[in-house]
Design a protein around this ligand. Structure first.
Ligand code: SAM
Length: 207
């Protein structure tokens, strides 16, 4: 088994349990998700097709459907347990949100159906190894001039906290922003703080 396949399998196991209480706990520390969609909506008028990589329980899919009423939206995730939660949440938008159960390890879009916007919210920090390959794949799944929008953990100066987040499959070493900077023209780039500086999180919109 490759290191990527091992990480995918480990995340599936993690979310088998965590899917049960994901929505009632994560609001307290996955900061910036609503702000990311507001930031994109202020820059991008009416995307026809949107992909969220690692859509989880579907919170962002519903927010995207509200922000972009004309868009067809695809949510992709490797965890069937997380997608089961998402399926309930997106039911009112089932005519224009589809769910894909698979890891993001190859292209999603056909040549004539590429995305105008790809959103990745708190997934890249968990894709280790392979987050850089995911960013590269986005380039291929985006139309010319398409937008990428990312919110995620950035880094922490506290070793104990970095180790604790590692136990929860999160790598918090500032590794993501450098790859986004290298791959995309920056439109929005912000660093926010969680709990008075215990960690920093990034918001990035690029094209
Ligand atoms: C912290 S959750 C974020 C969920 C959602 N985006 C949010 O903001 O609430 C990370 C999600 O990414 C998914 N994920 C991790 N690695 C993935 C991969 N390689 N391909 C697809 N999904 C992945 C996990 O299964 C999980 O549902």
């Amino acid at each position: 088994m490759s290191d990527s396949a091992r990480n995918d399998s480990s995340l599936r196991g993690y979310y088998r349990w965590h899917a049960k209480f994901y929505d009632v706990t994560r609001w307290a520390f996955l900061f910036g998700r609503r702000g990311l969609i507001e930031a994109v909506a202020s820059q991008l008028a009416a995307p026809a097709r949107i992909l969220e990589v690692g859509c989880g329980t579907g919170k962002n899919l519903v927010a995207l459907a509200g922000a972009f009423p004309e868009a067809k939206i695809t949510g992709l995730d490797l965890s069937s347990d997380m997608l089961d939660c998402a399926r309930v949440k997106i039911a009112p938008f089932a005519d224009r949100i589809e769910l894909l159960h698979r890891p993001y390890d190859g292209p999603v879009a056909h040549e004539d159906e590429k995305f105008e916007l790809i959103v990745i919210s708190y997934a890249l920090s968990m894709i280790n190894p392979g987050f850089d390959e995911v960013i590269r794949l986005c380039r291929g799944d985006l139309r010319e001039g398409g937008f990428i929008a990312v919110v995620d953990f950035h880094e922490t100066r506290w070793t104990w906290f970095r180790q604790w987040m590692g136990v929860n499959h999160v790598r918090m070493e500032g590794q993501i922003l450098a790859q986004l900077d290298a791959g995309f023209e920056t439109i929005v780039r912000q660093i926010g703080q969680g709990y008075g500086g215990l960690w920093r999180y990034l918001t990035f919109v690029g094209k």
